[in-house]
Write a protein that binds this ligand. Structure first.
Ligand code: PLP
Length: 335
């Protein structure tokens, strides 16, 4: 795996920390838990999309684009970070918002919606669930062409083989840190959404012959569908890198913590967000890392990990959306 062959912008000048979670480990009484702090990546508010955008924005600049176009959910971290990358590069940015829960987009909402405005999105357009998102982005690309500009469309979540390279790079970073720290990880747990993070990580670990299994925790789709998506993207990412293809059985994406649907709160998510905040001072988010951590906690309580097994939770960010979910997250009786 030689990622230096791919053009890349740099948005984080250092490795993100890997830290132990001693109080959470003691509370759960089983596995030894660690956390990889990708919530501390560069660009506004950090999070996993920063790694993908390093490669995607480099491609946009190479294509001579003056505008980025992308798509995401109403409180999309991906939209926030694409907008931040555009601002950093002196590009314009247009957002297509897919209203996955009808009526859920509120331009006056806090969290990421406020940041869309602060960072100066050129246009924010809301489309209903089920829209042809590629066609919607193409119409924004055409609008930019009509004013004499050139737009570059970035798929939802930046989850293309090029974007997933960011998480193959993260796999290499984790292996370097593991070696330096002298800490061997037995498993990595990660949120699995548009699949680029999970796929890139898996493809990178397989390319490095790391021997570390990855447990994905779904935030939206049923298990079989998500595992198919992750595997297809992992295979395409390995093809781009010219490295061995992950086996289908290496892909695990559990759907037991999705709850009633994407972005809809669950008791387990609220417990996980409150527990990490109060026991370790780590802020998760309600849509992705809160549900992924709920999965990790649930698995630990079920005895799915061996005593002392070293489990690394990949914190993919998202805390800027916390304030938009205050009503769901406050302790009962405290409004
Ligand atoms: C904070 C956060 N964590 C995890 C994910 C899921 O990553 P992916 O879409 O690459 O599966 C996202 C995606 O939007 C996210 O914003």
């Amino acid at each position: 795996m030689n990622l230096a062959r791919f053009p890349r912008r740099r948005y984080t000048p250092h490795f993100t920390p890997i830290e132990p979670l001693p109080r959470l480990s003691a509370l759960l009484g089983g596995p030894e838990l660690w956390i990889k702090r990708d919530d501390l990546l560069g660009l506004a508010g950090g999070g996993n999309k920063t790694r993908k955008l390093e490669f995607l924005v480099a491609a946009a600049l190479a294509a001579g684009a003056d505008t980025l176009v992308t798509v995401g959910a109403p409180q999309s971290n991906h939209c926030r970070l694409t907008l931040a990358a555009a601002a950093r590069e002196g590009l314009k940015c247009r957002l297509v918002i897919e209203e996955r829960v009808p009526g859920s987009y509120d331009s006056a909402a806090l969290g990421n919606n406020l940041l869309f405005e602060l960072m100066g999105a050129e246009n924010v357009r809301v489309v209903p669930l089920g829209s042809d998102l590629a066609a919607e982005m193409a119409s924004d690309v055409a609008a930019v062409a009509a004013r004499g500009g050139k737009a570059f469309a970035i798929a939802g979540g930046g989850s293309t083989p090029l974007g997933a390279l960011g998480y193959a790079a993260c796999a290499a970073e984790i292996m370097a840190q593991s070696f330096e720290m002298g800490v061997v990880f037995d498993r990595i747990v990660v949120a699995s959404g548009s699949a680029g993070t999970h796929s890139g990580l898996l493809a990178g670990l397989v390319a490095l012959n790391a021997g570390i299994p990855v447990t994905g925790i779904n935030v939206r789709r049923p298990r079989a569908e998500q595992e198919g998506n992750v595997w297809a993207l992992a295979v395409a990412t390995a093809a781009l890198m010219g490295t061995p293809v992950p086996a289908r059985e290496d892909v695990v994406a559990l759907d037991r913590w999705v709850g009633p649907g994407y972005s809809l709160p669950t008791h387990e998510m609220v417990e996980a967000v409150r527990l990490l905040a109060s026991s370790e001072g780590v802020l998760l988010d309600p849509v992705y890392t809160g549900k992924a951590m709920a999965g990790l906690i649930g698995l630990a309580r079920e005895g799915a990990f061996k005593q002392g097994e070293r489990v690394l939770f990949l914190h993919t960010g998202g805390s800027p959306s916390l304030h938009a979910y205050a009503g769901d997250l406050r302790a009962p009786g405290r409004q």
